[in-house]
Design a protein around this ligand. Sequence first.
Ligand code: A3P
Length: 443
Amino acid sequence: MTTVEQADIQAIVFRVVEEILEEIDAEFEDAVSSDVMLIADAGFSSIDFVQMTVMIEENLDQKIGFQDMLMKDGQYVADLSVGQVVDFAVDRLNNPAGATATNGVAAPAAAPSAAGMVAGKTITEDDVAAFAKLIKPRKIVAGGDSTAKNKRAVFILSPPRSGSTLLRVMLAGNPALFAPPELHLLSYATMDERHADLSNAHSQHLLDGTVRALMHTRGWSGDQARQFIADCEASGMRTREFFGALQQGLGDRLLVDKTPTYAFSVDILRQAEAYFEDPLYIHLTRHPCGMIRSYEESDLTRMMPLMMKNSEFSTSALAEMIWLFSNRNILEFSQMVPAQRWLSMSYENIVHDPEHKMTEVCEFLGVPYHPDMIDPYSDRKTRMTDGVDSASKMSGDLKFHLHRQIDPAAATRWRQFCSEDMLGHETLDLLSTLDTEVASIRV
Ligand code: A3P
């Protein structure tokens, strides 16, 4: 085995850190050196941390197992210097046998004081009402034409941080399904409206799911796919037609759309019924404490619309309200859908018993089970986990890349830090009405 040189790895890590600093427009202007602390000095958030590890692995074209660097005794480390990252990578590359199996993955807390639900300060119905006002209302003008509906599609409905990326990638392993990254189509009537809403610095990566999907179905480069979409936007194409164009390239494969923000509005969810012939829905649930903890660690508020970001709510209160609001919308919508087109399933059970749960999903979708579904880290291209320009730009959960297999420990890690006592009554009420799967993993 050839020994990896410290200087080579250092050059890669420095370059990656510089690229991220440029991308996030950091105030840090000194030269990158081994002593620079990534959170305290460079101003990294936890998402930037994960992006850095994915980009380093991409440069090296191999997995390093960075999760072991980020986690110590079930807790995430508070900060790391650039030099520590270099040393860890060099050590791993020279001693691969030292790698431990993946365990519950967390990224460093960029804002430790914001992390942590506070017992005794629970959210109320008034908070939820105030939160609802922060969500931009959607005016979606229905089809407006008499053309037949698009053929059947499948929707994964869940709040963010519910294991939806993992489920999507598992489904993408089935040759009878086509499950690209988040499409963000249903929330808009036309492609130009979608472009206008998403093409800002915070959310432009959300436009990539459709690009990635076209690259896969048409064999196009990223630029060709972007040009096609730009033409659709310029001609005022309806999102429904765009869905149809995507489905045309699929043959018999079923399109699966997992876009967590659809659950922000029942009106958006209704669009699925208006656009598609007998669509199928998978309601993906997760224990609220797991979702809240995950939301806090991923620093997702940074990505949220400005109104929400500037609100008075703590990060955990925002996360809890997103959990409550999204699940309420999904359940309200479920009342409008025949039971045979609806399946509820928890993230907890998927990671604990993947084969059984994927068999159940396949029966529901009417497709044969395929063993690749429970091997989500094989064949990156088919799974579309590699992003348009680079893996680190994948829309959805970047932490997916930190795991190396389906990891059941990730589902219960929150128990070390949170308890149901911290949840509001409304949340607990809804939790008790959710399917027995989430209830079965309750403490
Ligand atoms: P944690 O942050 O609690 O670890 P989403 O894709 O809906 O945003 O969900 C993100 C959650 O899915 C994260 O939860 C992430 O770790 C978890 N996840 C991603 N890949 C996973 C895997 N291979 N095994 C278990 N959990 C995984």
